[in-house]
Design a protein around this ligand. Structure first.
Ligand code: FES
Length: 81
């Protein structure tokens, strides 16, 4: 049975691919919140936020699985650790 390949590689709302965002984010040393503020990515439907978070963490720009958003309280705890 044929199954479509999952490929998540962009903020659909801003029409920007993660591979275009990553070099800028690294050059500016943006946190997720700074990236959202500067680009608007993640600030509309928010579906790309877990992918943006992972991109900043390990440089991944193409995702083959669905990621879930981490609640803000957990994010703060992770950043403080
Ligand atoms: S997909 Fe990025 S804010 Fe909607």
């Amino acid at each position: 049975m044929w199954r479509p390949e999952l490929r998540i590689d962009r903020c659909v709302c801003q029409r920007v691919t993660f591979d275009r965002l990553l070099p800028v984010a690294r050059a500016e040393a943006w946190t997720l919140e700074q990236l959202i503020q500067e680009t608007g990515c993640g600030d509309q439907c928010g579906m790309c936020r877990p992918y943006l978070r992972q991109m900043l963490a390990d440089g991944t720009t193409i995702f083959r699985e669905l990621l879930e958003e981490i609640p803000e309280a957990s994010c703060d705890a992770e950043e403080a650790a």
